[in-house]
Design a binder for this molecule. Structure first.
Ligand SMILES: C[S@@+](CC[C@H](N)C(=O)[O-])C[C@H]1O[C@@H](n2cnc3c(N)ncnc32)[C@H](O)[C@@H]1O
Length: 283
């Protein structure tokens, strides 16, 4: 196995953009992959709040070579990821455009509508992370495959989810029969498929790894990813605490208002005001 992580210090970097996502644990591998592959064109199908995509962009920005990046999403959400609230794309643009606008575009469209805007054999790295039923992921792979270059790599998220109607695992089982592959089991599973005639030299260690090496590679990226996951969980908890505190304040205020209105109707206005002030002081 020839893989020296010290040649790819980018995979030790902390992401500049961390929002709600199921992808946080794969960020170190995403950054390694972009740095190792030097893709000429990178496309992500399913950006959601932009965590995986901005990790790719962060790594691409540090490369000496030119890479064009595209994130495609309706930014409406779906039945698996949940519906996205208004303003998510704008918030993402505010982070993304100043940092990455020079080489990257956020494309608001369906995957199918975007297809015609990409030439055959042009994409070096494709990340498929849209709707996760067997039929949807198969459709996304089959429609985008002609766009992949000779050294094309396709990433599949959620290869290790065995619940609801997620079917990436099943499609991944079929793909493994046909293409060189590597799979991470943590973070809901990430499949790394080499679909071109040529496997990039920098990634050969993944496809040639024996059982012991596979275990080591998985463990290495799991360890790096889990520290990012821990920080993300902390952010989530801090946000939850903030919204609970807001809720508590609203409840307190509405209780005070109710008491005031009832007593005001009964003609004790001035008394009530005084009482309310006292109540506020003693709180
Ligand atoms: C699982 S989320 C992507 C997660 C993201 N990669 C991350 O880092 O958190 C799936 C996204 O795919 C989008 N999506 C699903 N099917 C789509 C389609 N056919 N066309 C465009 N967007 C789609 C949804 O709007 C949703 O934002």
């Amino acid at each position: 196995m020839i893989f020296n992580p010290l040649e790819y210090p980018i995979c030790l970097e902390f992401p500049l953009w961390l929002e709600e996502t199921a992808w946080a644990e794969h960020i170190p591998f995403a950054m390694f992959l972009a740095a190792a592959l030097h893709p000429r064109v990178l496309v992500e199908l399913g950006a959601y709040r932009g965590v995986s995509y901005c990790a790719f962009c962060q790594a691409v920005k540090s490369l000496p070579t030119e890479t064009k990046c595209y994130a495609i999403d309706t930014w409406q959400g779906d039945a698996h990821a949940g519906l996205l609230e208004e303003g998510v794309l704008m918030k993402l643009q505010a982070h993304h455009d100043p940092l990455y606008g020079g080489f990257s575009r956020l494309v608001q469209s369906t995957f199918d509508e975007a297809l015609n805007h990409f030439a055959e054999n042009s994409i070096d790295l494709l990340h498929i992370d849209g709707f996760h039923t067997y039929e949807a992921v198969k459709h996304d792979f089959q429609t985008w495959l002609p766009k992949m270059s000779e050294r094309g790599i396709v990433l599949f998220h959620d290869t290790n989810v065995r619940e609801r109607d997620f079917g990436v695992w099943k499609f991944w089982t079929e793909l493994k029969e046909k293409y060189p592959h590597f799979e991470f089991l943590h973070g809901h599973g990430l499949g790394v498929l080499a679909v071109g005639a040529e496997i990039p030299n920098e990634l050969k260690f993944l496809y040639e790894a024996d059982e012991a090496e596979t275990k080591l590679i998985r463990s290495f990226f799991y360890q790096l990813g889990s520290r990012i996951n821990a920080v993300q969980k902390l952010h989530d908890q801090q946000n939850q605490i903030k919204s609970l505190q807001t809720y508590e304040r609203v409840v307190q205020n509405s209780r005070m208002l109710r008491i005031y209105l009832i007593l005001k109707e009964e003609g004790f206005g001035s008394l009530v005001k005084e009482g309310a002030n006292k109540f506020g002081e003693n709180k």
